[in-house]
Design a protein around this ligand. Sequence first.
Ligand SMILES: [Fe+2]
Ligand SMILES: [Fe+2]
Length: 346
Amino acid sequence: MKTAAQTAFQNDASAGTPVKPAGPAAGPTAAQAKAVADQPDVGTYPFIDPQNGVIVEAAAAAAGAGPASDAAPAAGAGQLSRRSFIKAAAATVAATAAAASVLGLGASLSACASDTSTGSGSDTSTDSGTSASSDSGTSASASSGTTPTAAPTAETASNFNTVPNSITTVGDTYANLLSALEGETTANAKYAAFAQAASDAGFAQIARLFNCTAAAEQVHIDLEYNVAIGLDSSTQKPTAPSIQTYSTDVNLIIAANGEIYETSDMYTSFIATAIAEGNSDAELVFTRAKLAEAYHAERYLDAYNNIDAPDDDKFYLCPVCGYIHKGEDFTACPICKTIKSKFTAY
Ligand SMILES: [Fe+2]
Ligand SMILES: [Fe+2]
């Protein structure tokens, strides 16, 4: 059975099942988009298949169900359910699917920014970070001074909802830890390969970002492994798969898609299970990873949008939770409150 992480990273074509990056021909034409817009809006769910630009239409299950209805369409012969279609679309790296995910990220990041603004470690605050100054910044233990007393949690933040039509296979918390370890290990290897590709192509700043984020995923690996071996001392770290690389712009979108999946689907699902099981250690590491992944996605999308306008900014990695900041304008981690001087610059 595939783990959630396997599914996720096959979705972005980096786990040994390369998928040709979508070119212009894969997207819908203006005429196709208009044809969809002109579809009757009662009882059907028209879509454009991002793999081939073909208009797909699925009948609604209930007569009279409009396009805004959440009623599940029937998935009979010749029909494609909304859920099946979305799953199929998610299995590509088509730009259409990426754009949809980006839209989802916007709301998530807005909520996150709002949440962290009330914390003492907000990026733009004048906080001196002195509340964490006595901390070594190298441990995520409960006794650490970086314990996020004001950091976002599933109970206090508004961006921990699980996405509809989740593609995550959720097990018990130990199984979820193994799945997360596999995903983070793949991400670590993927970003190292993407960093080399970016460097080879002359994108020096993006190469630094990929290397910084690879190190962030290693932070998550270590956090999750420590919780996993507490549940089963025989736990082994997974082996990284071979990685296929593409052009750097496509690599950035693949990376952003993986981060968006993890922050909005995988970790939110795993956090809910950890809470239900009363496993506070797992809840904490999944929460820190979930929050960091949203920032990772933000960094990747910013790099994508400014790929031809690099600057000299450094990237700073929080060694405790994997948060990444671009530039100098921060004093402490918005997730775990570790002070800037403990960060690693890339
Ligand atoms: Fe990440
Ligand atoms: Fe942090």
